[in-house]
Design a protein around this ligand. Structure first.
Ligand SMILES: Cc1cc2nc3c(=O)[nH]c(=O)nc-3n(C[C@H](O)[C@H](O)[C@H](O)COP(=O)(O)OP(=O)(O)OC[C@H]3O[C@@H](n4cnc5c(N)ncnc54)[C@H](O)[C@@H]3O)c2cc1C
Length: 370
């Protein structure tokens, strides 16, 4: 999935099944996003340094202490509150165990996802009538997905991916053959016309991982864990940054209400768990549409997936359902919105047995303006 916002007032254009086309603003490539975040953080640190004057010294000491992990927790603190936002590889469970606390329980869902990405030069008219192409896998048998969307600097970014070990190759011929094998021809057709300007990079993601800090009975005061360090989702759905941001917002709200950090960890982990619950259910629910997925299936997943399969089919040719589905997957709307009577009717109406997903090789192209 992509990190972008659907234009609320923009005119969405649709390309009939199985590709769906969105009118979007060019998104930011991850490297640029990270760079901008680093610039902002540097500014904040500069402000603190001006105000406090001690920051450089504290940062130096903290760096040593971070490397020490458990030692840091036991020594005199240099801050009222320290947050472990060190990502999926967080050493907090290990540090906690070293200090005599229990380790958080974990949930792991093995997906064996792999994808490959390449950047292309973008020219006006490359994709007439629309600005993004996305081909969803036709689960449970079809495991391949692809998307191509615009990024800054007049470039396209194309990612091909697959579940359960069905990964795209990183050589030119293999990459193109994988694109050709997608259930819709549009991405492959487009790639044959574009000029590549990068190598093909690959990434593999074995499993979604959730650490249930909210179930801990004891936890050190003045210490929290946030973001991927709590939960790392299958990145295909693009929910990790939103989840981390919502957790940070939850922390800010809690800090605004409290006068002491004593017991903050209990309230925060509860709030973070309710942030994570929805994207976790969405991501692993989607992943369990593939029979090869391993792990504990959240209650009701099969039932929900029966309906979601119909939603997927409806998205192939109904812009309203597609918009609603993307909003849910991008955490802009509650999953329950997919069960709204107006949508329910469209989903059930749009469940065409006569239009099986994988059999269409040259889908009719038609545009509907919302
Ligand atoms: C390939 C890929 C594609 C993705 N695509 C999307 C997407 O499109 N949309 C989306 O929302 N999410 C996406 N995600 C998920 C997203 O990247 C993560 O959810 C998000 O970055 C989590 O942020 P974080 O700050 O918790 O952890 P991270 O971004 O992992 O940051 C942790 C930081 O801590 C640093 N660190 C680690 N240990 C220490 C230490 N001891 N001392 C000091 N620093 C330390 C690390 O170097 C790192 O910079 C993707 C993830 C991957 C892997």
């Amino acid at each position: 999935m992509i990190t972008t916002t659907l234009e609320k007032n923009g005119r969405n254009r649709y390309h009939l099944w199985p590709c769906s086309v969105y009118h979007i603003k060019p998104t930011r490539h991850r490297a640029q996003l990270d760079c901008r975040a680093a610039e902002q953080i540097a500014q904040i640190i500069a402000v603190f340094a001006q105000d406090g004057g001690q920051l450089a010294q504290i940062a130096r000491q903290r760096h040593v202490r971070l490397d020490g992990g458990a030692r840091w927790l036991t020594r005199q603190r240099l801050a009222d509150l320290v947050v472990d936002a060190s990502g999926r590889g967080s050493a907090s469970p290990k540090w906690l165990a070293g200090l005599g606390y229990s380790q958080p329980q974990t949930s792991m869902v093995k997906v064996n996802v792999g994808y490959a990405t390449r950047i292309y030069r973008r020219r006006p008219g490359d994709l007439a009538g629309a600005e993004l192409l996305m081909v969803a896998p036709d689960a449970p048998h079809g495991k391949r997905t692809g998307l191509i969307f615009p990024i800054e600097g007049d470039r396209w970014i194309c990612t091909l991916g697959g579940w359960a070990g069905d990964h795209p190759p990183t050589d030119e011929a293999g990459f193109m053959a994988f694109a050709h094998s997608l259930p819709a021809p549009d991405i492959h057709q487009m790639l044959t016309r574009l000029e590549p300007i990068s190598a093909i990079s690959s990434y593999k993601f074995p499993s979604s991982l959730r650490r249930h800090y909210e179930r801990m009975k004891r936890f050190p005061e003045g210490y929290l864990v946030l973001g991927d360090a709590i939960c790392s989702f299958n990145p295909v759905y693009g929910q990790g940054m939103t989840s981390a941001t919502l957790q940070a917002a939850a922390l800010e709200a809690l800090l605004g209400k409290r006068t002491t950090h004593v017991g903050l960890w209990r309230d925060f982990f509860k709030a973070a768990a309710s942030v994570v619950d929805i994207p976790w259910q969405l991501a692993v629910g989607e992943d369990f549409r593939f029979p090869e997925t391993e792990g504990k299936k959240p209650a009701g997943t099969d039932l929900i997936n029966g309906y979601v399969t119909k939603v997927h089919r409806a998205t192939h040719h109904d812009p309203v359902v597609y918009t609603a589905f993307l909003k849910v997957m991008n955490l802009m709307a509650a999953p329950t919105s997919l069960f709204h009577p107006k949508l329910l009717w469209r989903v059930l109406r749009n469940h065409p047995r006569s239009q099986p997903a994988v059999s269409v090789q040259t889908p009719e192209v038609a545009y509907a303006e919302l």
